[in-house]
Design a protein around this ligand. Sequence first.
Ligand SMILES: [Ca+2]
Length: 339
Amino acid sequence: MLNAQIKETQPDIIIILADDMGYSDIGCYGGEIQTPNLDKLAKQGVRFTSFYNCARCCPTRASLLTGKYAQEVGLSKNESGKLWVDCTDKELKSKHMEAHAAMIDHMDQGIGKIIEKLKATGRYENTVIFFLSDNGASNERGYRPGFDRPGQTRSGEEILYSFQKYDRPGTEKTWGYLGDGWAGAINSPYRYWKIQSYEGGICTLLIVHWPNGLKGKENTLNKGIGHVMDILPTCMDLANANYPDRINGEITDFPEGKSILLLIYQGVRSTNNTLFWEHEGGRAARLGDWKITALKDKDWELFNLAEDRTETNNLALKNPEKLNQLNKLWMAWEKRVTK
Ligand SMILES: [Ca+2]
């Protein structure tokens, strides 16, 4: 797939995983926030439109690092705290979005510094940069400190949460939330958000940038289906490395993920297109263009993503056979990964 000359010079690899960033948050995916450095990477690289994460940071990281479903490595559910008072202050809501946009801008500038450093050290051309998000933007509101959220800054000052009174979000002394409205806007055009298995929760942008290896592929969209569990096998492919048969004497299970290089160079995924999700009761299965999706305790909905990527036309009643087929696959998968 890769010509031998490129493959001989194993590239450096940088993976940048943004936190809670929406699918259309950055310029090259249609967002209004100016992200000139990421846009430049996109212009010289490949952008994926059907790449998936696991709806939340912990399972996404587990899957990315192991090449497997998070459920297979013991990470499936976690407590998410409790919802408290909603924030209805309109002005404060827009200030929270301003703070979110500022964070994206700050990140983009940081990526610019990395690019400059790579160029200055002569390693830019043969570095593969992956840029993606760990889950869709979050609709969370009113969580209190605790679990994964600090109550104090590093210097010991109290952090105010959005159920408390503050009027200037964006400093380290406040912890605010975007809520449904903004989360829906920045996950556009997809439905729902973080934690859910609708496209707004699990579809991430993915930019792959590699001047030496992607000649002729600059500024292209790749509509192939991929998943964060493909990242590890892709890195191994780039490094010419083999997955070990044994680790500390134990026989290993090979990753389910597949290198996406074949998808980039030849437009085909090197495995079948069946993918599964489950997180806090939200769940989904995708088989080719077909997807079943459900919120917690709700019935499956059926969508044909080739015609209806935004999951707005539920075909469950029109095509119960397809729904049953995917449901059976999902049930078998759940049994397998939670055994
Ligand atoms: Ca996250």
